[in-house]
Design a protein around this ligand. Structure first.
Ligand SMILES: CC(C)(COP(=O)(O)OP(=O)(O)OC[C@H]1O[C@@H](n2cnc3c(N)ncnc32)[C@H](O)[C@@H]1OP(=O)(O)O)[C@@H](O)C(=O)NCCC(=O)NCCS
Length: 318
């Protein structure tokens, strides 16, 4: 690390000072995760410009002219802190993650010292599990192994998919029933330890709102997203997808009500989505899954998904 390295508050910076960093980050997300991060970065720029995003910048250079080598930010959501991003410019990486750990340590210390904060969640998909594990475990975080999977729609081994008239295309009127399904589907599930939004109706509504309206998970793609109705009303099964690049989709949610499982509903939703995406010229589909979620991992393997990356989700509770 350079001699003059210093950690400064993100709110002292204008977006233009971070531009080389943001460009390098977008390039890395595209290359490694098939993800066009530029829409998310536009939002991040706006928040940085408004000086409302809590975070830190690792700098070198002179105090008058600090040069940003890396940055990180977090957000508060009621009594929860979410670690939003951590990025060091490739040219400033020492190889031992010392730069990453320095910024991460600042974020964790700030969050854990925030009065009233009960919980911290982090899912930094661009880091391998070992890279940040020590830093989180020393500060009492629990780790959950996650997989980033990819299905190459042009590969002959990937499922061809099929249109399905029993699947209702996603529309806003489904949100409330969808939130109810999420809450039921994740009751006692490992993923509700990782994401506590799944534990309540209000939290599930927030999750859906984020997925459908905010560009953080890509642009919501109603055409490939669908639900299967339950016989007595409500929703039995649902799949939601977003566009993360012109020709790459990301499945942001798939779940089936406990009473409707192992009857092929999730497979039908996937076949329908894959058919739709293929017919529109998409070349790949990605998703993330908790490694210990055996039914879901088996489903994705059967469809032809392969592991692109392993990472860890981290959770701390006061
Ligand atoms: C994962 C989940 C969506 C599967 O839905 P489902 O409708 O029961 O799955 P399907 O009946 O379509 O099964 C398709 C394939 O998935 C796999 N699978 C599904 N349930 C399984 C189980 N309990 N054990 C092992 N494999 C299972 C099998 O490979 C199955 O193929 P097969 O029938 O030829 O054996 C459902 O269990 C669920 O909603 N779980 C809770 C929410 C969740 O974990 N979502 C995924 C988050 S990434």
């Amino acid at each position: 690390m350079a001699m003059m390295a210093e950690v400064l508050d993100l709110r002292q910076f204008r977006p233009a000072q971070l531009e080389p960093l943001l460009a390098a980050e977008a390039e890395e997300w595209l290359r490694e995760l098939h993800w066009d991060y530029r829409t998310s970065l536009d939002l991040i720029r706006q928040y940085i410009g408004a000086r409302v995003l809590p975070g830190y910048v690792l700098t070198a250079g002179t105090p008058r002219e600090p040069r940003a080598q890396g940055y990180c930010f977090f957000v508060y959501e009621a009594q929860k802190g979410l670690i939003g991003d951590l990025f060091i410019h490739p040219a400033s990486r020492g190889g031992q993650q010392a730069e990453e750990r320095l910024l991460l340590q600042h974020m964790i210390e700030t969050l854990q010292a925030t009065p009233g904060l009960r919980r911290i969640e982090a899912q930094l998909m661009s880091y391998r599990p070992a890279e940040l594990a020590g830093c989180f475990s020393r500060r009492s975080f629990q780790a959950f192994r996650r997989l980033f999977l990819l299905l190459d729609l042009r590969s002959p081994s990937s499922s061809a998919g099929a249109a399905d008239r029993g699947i209702e295309r996603w529309h806003a009127g489904l949100a409330e029933a969808a939130a109810e399904l999420i809450q039921q589907a994740y009751e006692g599930h490992i993923d509700s330890l990782i994401n506590d939004q799944y534990r309540s109706q209000a939290g599930s509504m927030r999750f859906l709102h984020n997925v459908v309206h905010f560009p953080g998970c890509g642009d919501f793609d109603a055409a490939s997203s669908g639900v299967i109705r339950a016989p007595g009303g409500g929703i039995a099964a649902m799949l939601l997808a977003s566009r993360v690049q012109a020709d790459v989709a990301h499945v942001t949610q798939v779940c089936v009500a406990p009473g409707g499982r192992q009857r092929g509903l999730a497979r039908r939703l996937f076949q329908h989505a894959l058919h739709n995406l293929r017919s529109r010229g998409f070349r790949a589909v990605t998703l993330t899954v908790t490694a210990a979620n055996a039914p879901a991992v088996a489903l994705y393997r059967q469809l032809g998904f392969t592991t692109l990356r392993e990472f860890d989700a981290y959770v701390w509770e006061a």
